[in-house]
Design a protein around this ligand. Structure first.
Ligand code: PLP
Length: 471
């Protein structure tokens, strides 16, 4: 990265000084400042060329030639606001402090790396983290844990929350608390992140992988019915990519077959089915707060439940299975699945802003939808009646087997788009557990997740559109 002084010239210099500076910095631009580093004007190689052609001389003063009107950013502008001021014409933007002194700059590059996700930590995250740190309660006791557990479970309209070290162990803890293990079958969808099936296998239970519905990309109630056997103990519906599962049918099936429901809500914080938050249907529901999820604690997870008994059981299992009344007395073989107060501090600050975070996510998805509305070769996730999906990662299907080509082009442009999860049933380590995956195979092969982070600008969306319209 070029230094700021290679981009600046003093205002009392001659045009030749600006010319030399531009030649050396190869950026085609020079910022003109006074003795106090206050930005007074800008000169480009084009300005100088035009001046010379019209009979001007390189010995002239910079002051007479420089542009007095120019775009600039301020230090307290967000990265996104700054990026939005850049374009093909304004390729380099000076950044000024309150005194209008030149302190930094930002450059337009067509190949800016656009990550698929990025945590949004603009609120009290750092303050609470520092507070937890300074309190010395940096391990797994402390106020923030209780407050985060209470706050998040309340947000989901559920009684109890048990914070854990990540979303995968949340599912494992739920299975163990429900007594699911050896010889038990657990029905899961074919299209999900592998943590869902891994947790079942780590509990020594047998996963049964069933197909999805093509409309919501989530576990199919009809396939669940077909896969039930006398050994079936539980269903784990996963609200994939923020879309709530068909919870009324799933709960009906569970009730009439005496099955537990563990919701995997790792990708759907805040989404609703028939006006009820996901996570409020199952016996236990599991969330992840990994860095790319809707809200994050770095690593982290939570189990929520309305059952006081399951809450108690999970708290004991989370803490080595130790008796709550007799220290160092163990009635069960437990785990250390605790979350730290530091993680919970970040989580609590994220929770304060969850509506704001869900808003910018929804708005960004709407911007993509609006920009791509004339493209006939792609399909967005469906907006379904009775379902209030949230935007985790903006997800689309690409027609005609062109998915991999699109991904290649995007990745070449430094745009981090991702393929959908592979069908679990096609992987060697899971294929013995496959019941059905016909539709999942199709969706999995066609889907991509588009960058969904607060710095995605209209310009980025436009560049993605270019690629999609060329295939
Ligand atoms: C992220 C995720 C998990 C696991 O969460 P971690 O916190 O990464 O362990 C589980 N299930 C699904 C569907 C996920 O997307």
């Amino acid at each position: 990265m070029i230094e700021l002084n290679k981009l600046t010239c003093q205002v009392d210099g001659a045009l030749i000084d600006a010319w030399k500076t531009i030649n050396e910095n190869t950026k085609g631009t020079v910022f003109i400042v006074d003795n106090d580093q206050k930005l007074l004007g800008i000169l480009t190689d084009g300005d100088i060329r035009r001046y010379l052609i019209s009979g001007g001389r390189l010995e002239s003063g910079i002051k007479e030639v420089m542009n007095l009107e120019f775009s600039y950013g301020l230090v307290d502008h967000s990265h996104k606001e700054l990026l939005e001021k850049l374009n093909e014409r304004v390729k380099i933007l000076p950044i000024l402090n309150k005194e209008l002194q030149l302190v930094d700059f930002i450059e337009y590059r067509a190949d800016f790396y656009i990550p698929v996700a990025m945590p949004d930590l603009k609120g009290n995250e750092f303050n609470y983290l520092a507070d937890a740190f300074l309190s010395t309660w940096i391990s797994s006791s402390g106020e923030y844990i209780r407050n985060f557990e209470e706050g998040f479970s309340k947000y989901c309209t559920v009684e109890h929350g048990v914070a854990v070290s990540n979303g995968t162990v949340a599912i494992h803890l739920a299975l163990k608390a429900l007594g699911i293990g050896d010889g038990d079958e657990v029905i899961i969808p074919d299209l999900t992140f592998a943590a869902t099936i891994n947790a079942v296998l780590h509990a020594n239970a047998t996963p049964v992988i069933v197909d999805i519905d093509e409309n919501d990309w989530n576990i199919s109630p009809d396939e669940i019915k077909k896969a039930i056997t006398p050994k079936t103990k539980a269903i784990i519906p996963v609200h994939v990519y923020g879309q709530p599962c068909k919870m009324d049918s799933i709960m009906d099936i569970a009730r009439s077959n005496n099955l537990y429901v563990i919701e995997d809500c790792a990708e759907a914080h805040g989404s609703e089915y028939n006006g009820k938050k996901v996570g409020s249907f199952g016996d236990i529901s599991c969330f992840s707060f990994f860095g790319n999820k809707v809200i994050t604690t770095g690593e982290g997870g939570m189990c929520i439940t309305n059952s006081a008994k399951l809450n108690e059981k999970m708290r004991i299992l989370r803490d080595h299975g130790m008796s709550k009344t007799v220290k160092y007395w163990h009635d069960e073989v437990g785990f250390n699945y605790r979350m730290t107060n530091l993680q919970a501090a970040i989580g609590l600050a994220q929770l304060e802003r969850i509506d704001e975070i869900l808003d910018w996510r929804r708005q960004l998805e709407n911007n993509y939808r609006e920009a791509f509305k004339d493209l006939t070769n792609i399909k967005f996730q469906l907006i379904l009646p009775g379902r209030e999906k949230i935007t985790w990662l903006v997800s689309i299907l690409i027609q005609d087997n062109k998915r991999d080509k699109v991904l290649q082009s995007l990745n070449k442009m430094n745009i981090d788009a991702r393929p959908f999860f592979y069908s679990l049933g096609i992987m060697d380590i899971y294929k013995d557990y496959l019941f059905s995956n016909e539709k999942s195979l199709k969706v999995s092969k066609a889907g991509i997740n588009l960058p969904t982070n607060p710095s995605v600008s209209e310009d980025t969306i436009e560049r993605i559109k270019q690629i999609l319209s060329q295939i």
